[in-house]
Structures are given as structure tokens and as C-alpha cells.
Ligand binder design. Sequence first.
Ligand code: SF4
Length: 426
Amino acid sequence: MAKRKVIIRRCEEYDQLLIKQIIREGIEELGEKPKGRILIKPNVVTANTQYIHHSYTAPQVVKAMVNVLRETSTDCEIALGESGAIGMPTRLFFADSGYSEMAKELGVPLRNFNEEKTVEVKLSRAKWHKTFLAAKSLYEADYKIWMPKLKYHIVCQITNALKLNIGILTHKERFLYHDDRLNEKVVDLLEFGYPNLVVTDAVVIGHGFESSPYPFHLGAVLISNDPVAVDTVAARILNYQPEEVLHLVEARDRGYGSLVFGDIEISGDVSVEELAEKTRHIESAFQDLQKLKTPIKFYEGVNPKTGNICYGGCICSIKGVLGTAEKKYPGSLAGAKPGGIVMGYYRGDVVHPGQPVALIGSCSGVEGRLECGKAIRIKSCPVKVRDLAVLLLRKFDIRSPAFDPANIAKMLYYSGIEAYSKMTIS
Ligand code: SF4
């Protein structure tokens, strides 16, 4: 069995020649030989030319990878593939992130998993996702290269190689088990979404809501042959103990590899400690709703069927919509109308006389006393960020990015193309 290795390289800027050199040397050091049908899966969860520039793997890093493969592997067929955030066309994100342009320039196919034929795959080690629909380019890949963007995550602490697999799901299945089982779902997907090689863009990392994050210059690229090992290192870089990252604990418990540093060979030209020191002061907003500076009060409820806090369901969606609104219109939350937001089933009182109270999720309810002015109910399990942006924000006098005319025009344009493309899947 190959030694679990993580290479950490200093990389202060998105310099093509430097990144190519780092990737080439990393592949050599790991002894990897990418060949056959190679799928590169970056993170392009969202993008917006106006205000979301750091949610996605920088195209320059992916471009460097493609060029290295072309220079070093004679026997390969390269494709890029991704399924962006649900509720929006992935094509829009490809365009706004620069991926469409980059893929065209390189002459590499850029696959939207939602526009491909799918094959049902059985996941024998899964707890919940016993099957999943693999897009053709993913299903047929001989060699998988995962290229995440290192970011803090609002409900999973970090997002890197393991969490990247949410983006192998088509929108049809994206929200299955995306509730109090999210960490388990992430590990279910690792069975088919197990990469041969991981190359993380940590030149600029993201904090806040991971789909509309704030940038922080870290100046590194991580390369590994083991997704659990690289995420263990990534957790430490962001000042978490690996055991605090619950999808890592779940992966370890299912036999995907230990979280002990001594079991991982770490090399490179910058240390974990140096990078961890740089991020030490970051307190990533939206991880804790109770710390937000806003007159809105939050009531985080449970999934009544399990009694567990529904961190990956409606709580996640509320954090997401508020994070997006605040990124687009800074100061929105501080200036919001006072009121309450209940997510899931809340075992306590919710008292807001004369103020709005929103009950979010099909299961939402209040076990104790509910007193308010207007009650707003938004049902679904979980509720999508897009729906909250349309239906919820204005009730609290928060401007919604959903009503930005430029966004609406782009949304309609790319939705139309995506719908047509889905109709003609062959
Ligand atoms: S509707 Fe209830 S169970 Fe479903 S995601 Fe929301 S809080 Fe969780």
C-alpha cells in the first residue's frame, strides 16, 4: 500500500510557471502516473463576477494541472467536471468563474454533470446513499484528480478533498440526506469519489460562507495521494484538531485512514505550523449564528424524527442565504428588521410580539409558546438557499441578491441553455 503523503508547497501567487513546477514535482514525488481518461474535478460551487471570486478553485491552478498532464503523459484524455450549487445553473458558474473561457483556451471538455447521462452506482459502504447517479464523465474516469479550494465551512468546519464530493452529485440527488446526516453523506460518497490525486488551491483560502467567502492569502498548494490525509493536514492548517471535523472522524471510523499525524508523511517547503499561525486569528463568520451582529434572533431546532440538531439542513440554508446577502450588500444583517428565525423543530419559547418570525423547513414548529406579529412559513426539506433569497430576506428588510437585475438576466439565460441541453442528452 502506498505511503500516505501530503506535500505542502509555498506558492504566494497564481503564477503559471511556479504552479506547474509545484504540480509536476509533486506528482513525481508521489510516484503517480496519471493516464487514460483523466477527470479533473475542481470546486466551482458558485461564482459571480460582481461579488463571489473566492468560492472556486482558481482556474490558473487547474490550467497548470492540464498543462502538466499534457507535457508528462502521452496516454491521456483530459476532462473537467463539476456540478455547482443547487438552484442555479452550473453553466452560469462556469462562465462567471472563468472556467468556460479557460477550458475553451485549453481545448479541454468542461462537463456539467447535470447535463450528462448518468449511471446508477451502488455504494456498498454507505450508511445512507446506498446508490448514486454518476455522470458519464465521472463514471468512465480511469484516473480522478480532485482540485478543491481550501475554505472554512459553515457547518462542516472545513471543506477540502472529502467535502468536494458533494459536487459529484447531480442536482437531482444533491439534497438527499443533506440534513443531520450531512457528515455521513460526505463519507458515503468517498467510496466512488475516491481521488487518485488531490491538489488543493490554498494560495487564497476562503472564510465566512463557503459559497460567497471572504478571501485570505495563505500562499500554499497541497498535493497528496490520500484525501483523508490531506484533509487532516488541512484541518490543522485552519487550527482545528482533525477530531473536531466530524466527516473526518466518520471517514476514519469507516476505515478510510487514521487522523494521526504520525501516520502521514508530510514534506514540502512550508510547515503546517507556519500556515496555522497565519490563520490563527480568523474567526469564520456564519459558523455560529448566535455570534452574528444582527437584531434577528435565531432558534436552531432539531429534526423531530431523530432529535438531532439539523445542522446540514435548514440551519445550513439560513447561514447560506444570510452569508450571501451580507457578502453582496455589506451591513445588511446589522440593519435588518428585528424578529426571529426558527429552523426545524424548536424545543422552547419563541417570543417576538409585533415582530416577524419565520418558520423554516417542512418540520418547523415551536414546542413552547410562539408569540409574534407576522408568522412566515417556508416549507421544504431542506429549504433551498435560492428560495430563502426570494421569499425570506425582504421580510426582514434585507436586500436580496436574487433580485439583482444582472443576476436575473444571467440566471434566465443560462437556465435556458441548461434546460435545452438536458432535453438533448444522448
Ligand atoms: S425540514 Fe426539518 S428535517 Fe428537513 S432539513 Fe429542515 S430542519 Fe431538517
